[in-house]
Design a protein around this ligand. Structure first.
Ligand code: NAI
Ligand code: MG
Length: 358
């Protein structure tokens, strides 16, 4: 019997709602074109979930996700919490708990550069051309999950950077395996000249590397890596790093691709995979219909590829995005002075163009 694939749609907050709608349409179109059966179920998380239930990640949402084959996620966040650092319940708590509960310990961020957008980046085209980077950011450890608190009547605050051997091992294996299918280069990024958790990180990565003799391993400190990424992005292949350093480096790398609105990510572990744009809920443009849906659409492509093994279907989506850009269509964030006004599309019409090309 033919398999029915269950997909949880998790739009979240702000433009998460707007872009995930377009990502879902792409999955529906692919199902129709290739004769697959995708069953969709929607779940809540973040601010919307707090308003409805008081909980940023209701158990019902988690149960739906655990019962599905893949999750297409938008983003969480609301200005209310950004302006109130003392809020007890926050949307990001839902995000962190979801990653932990689903065991999503590896965040993959391909920095895919479309030739049509070379000019949209603030970096020179000749520096960028040919860049193709795959980040592996550890997602369930590090300072985001270490012990934290206040002392001295609140005048001293601390967060603990912490890693265990098995946490480094499992993501290192994923990165080296991916490198085997690419240019066979891994750059491990840490701060082992200062931090003990980084010294363990480096030790473990060196051990794992022995099992992949064909892969060239290079170590860089986070500060140097941040500099090299802008200086010569072409020299990067697979980058392996911890949660905090990965958070920062991948936002920096988003400028290589021109816009936050272009970058997709996959979070995987031992069970269900979760796919989301790297951007947040973007309060500044929420409700205006101008959000770029391509990051969500490219996240849907990653979902097809990684969770369902549908390589051809995934390539069809990526190609359709390429053709949309080649035909000159842009959302506002990737348009430039030479883009004719008629070619500047909104979230929905951009999504519709991609559907046409599929
Ligand atoms: P953001 O990624 O939402 O926005 C940064 C800038 O990029 C903004 O100027 C925004 O307009 C622009 N941008 C982002 N996505 C875009 C798209 N698809 N099309 C066009 N322009 C786009 O980051 P920001 O503003 O720092 O955070 C906003 C909220 O999102 C906060 O509450 C934050 O906590 C949350 N956030 C959530 C994330 C998640 O759910 N994974 C990740 C990052 C932030
Ligand atoms: Mg970030």
């Amino acid at each position: 019997m033919k398999k029915t694939y269950k997909i949880t749609i998790l739009p979240g907050d702000g433009i998460g709602q707007e872009v995930t709608r377009e990502g879902k349409k792409v999955l529906e179109k692919i199902a129709a074109k290739f004769g697959h059966t995708f069953e969709f179920d929607e779940a809540t998380i973040g601010h919307a979930a707090i308003e409805a239930t008081g909980n940023p990640l209701p158990d019902e949402s988690l149960a739906k996700m655990k019962a599905s084959d893949a999750i297409l996620f938008g983003a969480v966040g609301h200005p209310k919490y950004d302006n109130d650092p003392t809020a007890k319940v926050r949307p990001e708590q839902g995000l962190l708990r979801m990653r932990k509960e689903l065991g999503l310990y590896a965040n993959l961020r391909p920095i895919k550069l479309f030739d049509e957008l070379l000019e949209a980046s603030s970096i020179k085209p000749e520096v960028l051309r040919g860049s193709d980077i795959l980040f592996f950011r550890e997602l369930t450890g590090d300072v985001y999950f270490g012990e934290r608190g206040r002392k001295d009547n609140g005048d001293t605050a601390y967060d603990t950077m912490i890693y265990s051997r098995y946490e480094v091992e499992r993501i290192a294996h994923k990165a080296f395996k991916a490198a085997m299918t690419r240019k066979k280069k891994v750059m491990s990024v840490d701060k082992s000249n200062v931090l003990e958790s980084s010294r363990l990180w480096k030790e473990v990565v060196n051990e794992v590397a022995k099992q992949y003799p064909e892969v060239t391993l290079e170590h860089q400190f986070i500060d140097a890596a941040a500099m090299l990424l802008i200086k010569n992005p072409k020299a990067f292949d697979v980058v392996l790093t911890g949660n905090l350093f990965g958070d920062i480096l991948t936002d920096e790398a988003s400028q290589i691709a021109g816009s936050m609105g272009m970058l997709a990510s996959a979070s995987v572990g031992d069970t269900v995979g979760l796919y989301e744009p790297i951007h947040g809920s973007a309060h500044d443009i929420t409700g205006k219909g101008v959000a770029n849906p391509l990051a969500s659409i490219l996240s849907a492509a990653l979902l097809l590829d990684i969770s369902f093994g549908m390589k051809e279907e995934a390539d069809t989506v990526i190609k359709a995005v390429e053709q949309t850009l080649k035909a000159g269509f842009r959302t506002r964030d990737i348009a430039d002075a030479n883009t004719p006004a008629a070619n500047i599309l909104n979230t929905e019409t951009m999504g519709a163009k991609v559907l046409e090309f599929i």
